[in-house]
Design a binder for this molecule. Structure first.
Ligand code: FES
Length: 173
């Protein structure tokens, strides 16, 4: 997708411009110049958001060192739009739980018992690993480390921030 058209679509999403002009003339050079001029008027925060929307547009995520950015409107991550739903993102070894309207938790998907990563279910604040039936909390304190033979405790938690529809997970936290 051309950058100007992509930006135009996001601006429509944000309510900064209307969709009618997008439909009528999204391919025209003049229109693209208008979009680029609009982009210049955006705040640094809006530009950073647009940049992440573009970088996550293909796969739904963008990994930058130890920072993982996820667009929760992408089909692969859309369950995270619903409170109480979770995704086991096995590519990034993380359980993502939509806890409230404003928060998503990011937890290690490595079972503290013997390290299974793909047998998780979630209920009432705890994740249960089906391999041997142990459950682990999603709170803080008494963190049970990956594959440490622990049968209780909380899963390791990473800092996760939700900004509009972009989730940032810091694996260095
Ligand atoms: S490996 Fe998860 S409970 Fe044993």
């Amino acid at each position: 997708m051309k950058r100007a058209l992509f930006i135009r679509k996001v601006l429509v999403f944000l309510g900064i411009t209307s969709s009618s002009t997008l439909l009528i003339s999204s391919c025209e050079t003049e229109e693209n110049e208008d979009v680029l001029n609009l982009e210049k008027e955006l705040t640094e925060e809006e530009k950073a958001y647009l940049d992440l929307k573009e970088k996550t547009s293909e796969n739904g995520f963008f990994l930058d060192g130890k920072l993982l950015y996820i667009d929760i409107t992408n089909d692969l991550y859309s369950k995270l739009q619903n409170t109480g739903e979770f995704i086991n993102d096995t590519d990034h070894y993380v359980l993502l739980l939509r806890k409230t309207d404003d928060t998503v938790l990011a937890l290690s998907n490595c079972c503290p018992h013997l390290g299974t990563s793909n047998s998780w279910s979630y209920s009432k604040g705890s994740f249960r690993c089906a391999t041997h039936g142990n459950s682990y909390g999603t709170g803080t304190g008494f963190e049970a480390n990956c594959s440490s033979n622990s049968t209780s405790g909380n899963l390791k938690q990473y800092t996760a921030l939700l900004n509009q529809d972009i989730l940032t997970v810091d694996f260095d936290s």
